[in-house]
Write a new protein. Structure first.
Length: 79
């Protein structure tokens, strides 16, 4: 294994929580936890986590996470 491939792998990125909203330091886990706790609309999620209330550039990503998690919840209830 050469040093170039080792340098390209950042092990610290595996240990840091993935920040979705940089303005308010909201992680993907915090968003998922809020959705599982009952935030099922964009407005509820925004009010609970404060994601998207800064510059707003994370709005699309927050919506994708919300839709993905709601779909997961709905498919789990169907079983």
């Amino acid at each position: 294994m050469n040093s170039t491939s080792v340098d390209a792998f950042d092990i610290n990125s595996l240990m840091r929580p993935k920040r979705v909203c940089l303005c308010n330091l909201v992680t993907e886990k915090e968003l998922v936890d809020a959705i599982k706790a009952g935030c099922h609309t964009f407005e509820e999620l925004r009010d609970t986590t404060r994601a998207t209330t800064g510059c707003g550039t994370c709005t699309g990503q927050v919506m994708e996470i919300l839709q993905r998690e709601l779909k997961t919840i709905q498919s789990g209830q169907a079983q």
